[in-house]
Design a protein around this ligand. Sequence first.
Ligand code: ZN
Length: 456
Amino acid sequence: MADHSETIWFESALLDAGWARDVRLTIRDGVIAAVEAGAARAAHEAAHGPALPGMPNLHSHAFQRGMAGLAEVRGPSADSFWTWREVMYRFLERIGPEDLQAIAALAYAEMLEAGFTRVGEFHYLHHDRDGASFANPAEMAARIAAAAEETGLGLTLLPVFYAHAGFGGLPPTAGQARFIHDIDGFARLLEGSREAVAHLPGAVVGLAPHSLRAVTPAELAVLQALAGDAPIHIHIAEQTKEVDDCRAWSGARPVEWLLDHASVGTGWCLVHATHMTPEETLALARSGAVAGLCPITEANLGDGLFPALDYQAAQGRFGVGSDSNVLIDAAEELRVLEYGQRLARRTRNVLALEAGDSTGADLYRAALAGGAQALGAEPAALRPGAPADIVSLDPAHPVLVGRSGDAILDSLVFAGRKDVIDGVWRAGAKLVTNGRHHRRGEIVARYRQVLENVLA
Ligand code: ZN
């Protein structure tokens, strides 16, 4: 019988039990088959730098990468999430299937280069430019799958159900025409999405009610049944206006309402959950759901600060997502998360779990576990049985000189840029070498052509 295993040797690696030196991973069929620490490097093995499990990116809208930096001009009145959303709606009006694939491929290649090895694509751009359904209702989902396939990024596809413009089942606006389904149409999209990813190794299909603004309670109940054991994600409590509107509609705040009216548990990811009372924070932590934090986007949109310290004290689970993709960088998501807390509290090392802990390492480990849970994926870990999703750092980079153990993670999170990343493997395939995705050239060339046309 042919043995398709290969070995990769790292000078050190972050294993479940902590950092180990001279680590050989044996990879078979995309999965880590064996882990050996204290292993002398064989003559035929290349020497790689410190190895980390690849970070899951639990929340992305890939097409928004194409408008990164285009919503930073001051408008006539106070700019907010809602004025940003107008720019985003105008941008997406121009995007067809090929455009979506080209932009998503760039975003996904950048994710791999930035230390992410799986994405949760919260996908809501479903219909043609005039709002009509494509012949294949999952045409756009298939383009997301194609972008994941050509870049090699792991995919958890989360087709979004969007039916209303506001609480109480308000009819959608013209700008939302490309997102809209009834439940029957959505069930067809879900089926088509499963077909679209069927050939992708390790792909997962969950679903996403867009927000409590966009679904009615009756629709939410049906969606929860449709999801079964698959991941279910929802945007929630990102904006204070959303909290006010929810209270006006129901008398309850968004997270409070959701915890009272849905079976929120470990299959759920509540994206943002920025505006919570201490009671909501505690209840969300106890639910076992993951808070999907997107610190760079939340800062960019002026959303507010997640109550991270209280949530962490209640053993709340979280992961990170690049959301609007205004900047794609796994370590920087963690950096901005911690820095927001430091600025608000005027103290340091807020999210280290206990005295003596490294902040970068605690953040990295928590986001690995929360991200994998939210995406319905196998644990993101360097251990036998886990997917071979690995990030190696450049041991010669100045920022890593003299660092070992968790100081490597602190230096990556607080002192490094993307160029600290050397190699990235996804399901055992090496996709990034010297910090560069192996198809970057062709992906950027196509993106340039597509985007110049979209923005013309
Ligand atoms: Zn989002």
